[in-house]
Design a protein around this ligand. Structure first.
Ligand code: MOS
Length: 696
């Protein structure tokens, strides 16, 4: 028997709790005797703390303690340098969290933090990525374990010999993950055990990190992550808030709630590295690519090496006989960059898909057609066929839905009063990975079932999707199935990240449900529960390594005020091929969310760092601009009915990230088409447009 829950548009299981405000987030759990932590950021960029004067803070009403490197509980070194907090006087970047004030109320903790006096010995610093920075070097690999550079054929010769060439350098600024819920933790110790309610993207890995840092067996640490108000990658691993809360709670021997402020999210939790990307493309006169080179530069901190895989997108996207990609990195006196939605692919696709548009102009071929002409069934990087690749189908369907056929390719061809109107397109791809996971499935005598797995729902609808998958795997209506996620006491599961959550978790859920059905062949239990468990380590590890990706085509239409250079989005449309879609409602939200973030990247977001102070100038939501509803007049996401039997039992490719890939390029290409002006450093602001050309 099989049901058909997968593919149906169920509302989120926890939707009612969320809209009525009863869903509890990390610092909303009531706890007896709770205290409040407020983190103190460093006031210098690079140096050493020479003195911490806590007298005034401790004299302030309600303040219980000031925890800093001189008195904090000790952590085991060697876990991850970014987490080794309050252990030493060294300061590595401005805004590094160097103390926590604990008080009986949030207000008292905040006031206490204001009264902590810290003296520093400050040294010179370097905080800005430039293409001639003397510290640029070649890392051993780029995230997660790709070769740093690749070379096939002879790029220089191929490029020199080609009749059509593009050589362009693109720049992207730092972008800051700004989930609605900040990084936040409630921590308590009891009998040597640590319990945290924490906002993260994977409670199993946070538990592992805490166990190592505090030198506890994993069974002595429990991480509960029932609801999460977004992460976008920044909560993909244990971060400062959970470590500081656990340290503070141990120091004062009371439960501690600690949430980072909005300003404190600009740095200590990571951000998308700025990039400088040079792309060179060569083609013959019918638009067939003969040579591709993508040279990417990005930054990391002095604390640890985070080498984003910016140019990896280019390795597998379009074919050409001569190809080269390189990555260079510089370690600056800044916070360590971290994951942000489609890390690597997102900025990399902005550069490559912009350069493809420049090539389309140079060779005089429609940019949709040019991409289709350079499509390939074999991964140019691996030399093996893709499990499925529907890029061309996405481009065709997108062009049809968008109304691309009527487009006059000439820039500045459309005008409506003061508005110059243009449209742009970009391709998109994102790897379809999976990781091992464990799950259990239980049958009850009352005919109900329950599935358990430490998956994380960061607002995506993951809980609902897994529940649908479980119902079909059990062959029962979903109403008879319960599901528990978001607790490290549940069977181990990987992070909600890399667009592989649903693929990984559903794999284990399906296998556990199948095992349970095997046990129930002789009938449903009448007296006791029957359980079955699954661990997909062997099966996932033993998969043939064929290249597997989700694909997409992004279309955008903008209007640009010919006098002021103001850019407005008329509409955005994406078509995606991402395997099976489990829940159309939540999938659509993921895709249009990603596309909106790409629009935000194209036109609004920019972390501005003042080199004199080594800090972000615009570290709040008033000054760090993020696309809002009024900036999005129309945005539509569609997907192809794609069946790829090579992927995983649920047939899913993941949709958390593909929506942002290519979207900034589509908008930037539309701005060029509207104005004839190519802005190669994001965001495309009006001052840049009117700075280079008189649009009117
Ligand atoms: Mo995503 S940046 O892998 O959470």
């Amino acid at each position: 028997m099989s049901t058909d829950a997968v593919g149906r548009a169920y509302p989120r299981l926890e939707g009612r709790e969320k809209v009525t405000g009863t869903a509890r987030y990390a610092v909303e759990y009531p706890v007896d005797g709770v205290t409040y932590g407020w983190a103190v950021p460093s006031a210098v960029v690079r140096g050493r703390i020479t003195r911490v004067d806590t007298a005034e803070a401790l004299a302030s009403p309600g303040v219980l303690a000031v925890v800093h490197h001189g008195n904090a509980p000790r952590l085991a070194p060697g876990v991850e340098a970014d987490l080794w907090l309050l252990q030493e006087p060294a300061v590595h970047y401005r805004g590094e969290l160097v103390a926590v004030v604990v008080a009986t109320s949030l207000e008292a903790a905040r006031e206490g933090a204001r009264l902590v006096r810290i003296d520093y010995d400050a040294g010179p610093h370097s905080t800005v990525l430039t293409e001639d920075h003397p510290g640029l070097y070649t890392p051993d690999h780029v995230n997660p374990s790709y070769p740093t550079d690749t070379e096939e054929g002879d790029f220089d010769a191929g490029y020199a010999a080609a009749p059509v060439r593009v050589d362009a350098t693109y720049r992207t600024p730092a972008y800051h993950n700004n989930p609605m819920e900040p990084h936040a933790t409630t921590a308590r110790w009891h009998d040597g055990r640590l319990l945290v309610h924490d906002s993260n993207q994977g409670a199993s890995s946070v538990r592992a990190a805490l166990a190592e840092l505090f030198e506890l067996p994993r069974e002595s640490v429990r991480v509960v992550t029932e609801h999460v108000g977004g992460g976008f990658g920044s909560k993909g691993y244990a971060k400062a808030a959970v470590v500081l809360a656990a340290l503070a709670a141990r120091h004062v021997d009371r439960p501690v709630k600690l949430a980072l402020t909005r300003q404190q999210l600009f740095g200590p939790v990571g951000y998308r590295t700025p990039t400088i990307q040079r792309v060179r493309l060569a083609a013959d006169t019918d638009g067939r690519l003969t040579a591709i080179c993508h040279d990417a530069m990005s930054q990391s901190s002095t604390i640890l090496e985070f080498a984003e895989q910016t140019a990896v997108y280019t390795r597998s996207m379009y074919a050409a006989p001569h190809r080269r990609t390189t990555h260079r990195l510089v370690r600056l006196d800044v916070a360590t960059p971290f994951w942000m939605r489609a890390p690597g692919e997102c900025p990399g696709a902005y550069a490559l898909e912009s350069a493809i548009d420049e090539l389309a102009v140079a060779v005089g071929i429609d940019p949709v057609e040019l991409r289709i002409r350079n499509d390939t069934d074999v991964d140019p990087d691996q030399g093996r066929p893709f499990t499925s690749r529907n890029l061309a189908a996405c481009l065709r369907e997108g062009a049809e839905r968008f109304g691309w056929a009527d487009r006059d390719p000439a820039p500045r061809a459309r005008r409506d009063g003061r508005w110059l109107i243009g449209s742009g397109v970009a391709g998109a791809s994102y790897p379809a990975r999976a990781r091992p996971a464990c799950a259990t499935a239980t049958a009850r005598p009352d005919g109900g079932f329950h599935v358990r797995i430490n998956a994380t729902d960061i607002g995506t609808g993951a809980r609902t999707a897994l529940w649908q998958v479980a119902a079909d795997a059990l062959g029962v209506p979903p109403e008879r199935v319960g599901i528990s996620i978001g607790d490290s006491d549940l069977p181990n599961a990987p992070v909600a990240g890399g667009s592989m959550g649903t693929a990984s978790w559903s794999w284990a859920v399906i296998r556990a449900c199948e095992a349970l059905r095997g046990k129930l062949r002789d009938g449903v239990p009448t007296d006791a529960e029957v359980s079955a468990e699954a661990d997909t380590s062997e099966e996932v590890g033993g998969q043939p390594g064929l290249p597997r990706y989700a694909y997409g085509a992004q279309f955008a239409e903008v209007r640009v005020d010919a006098t002021t250079g103001e850019v407005r989005l008329n509409r955005m449309l994406g078509v995606f091929a991402a395997g099976r879609v489990v829940n159309p409602t939540t999938a659509r939200s993921q895709l249009i969310g990603g596309m909106t973030m790409g629009l935000s990247m194209a036109l609004h977001e920019e972390g501005l760092l003042d080199e004199r102070y080594g800090d972000w100038v615009n570290h709040d939501l008033a000054t760090y601009h993020i696309t809002g509803c009024a900036d999005v007049e129309s945005i539509e996401a569609y997907w192809l009915d794609e069946h790829d039997g090579e992927l995983n039992p649920a047939g899913v490719k993941g949709i958390g990230e593909i929506g942002i890939v290519g979207s900034a390029a589509a908008v930037a290409n539309a701005v060029f088409h509207a104005t004839g002006v190519r802005i190669r450093d994001l965001p495309i602001r009006l001052d840049k447009l009117i700075g280079v050309s008189k649009l009117a």
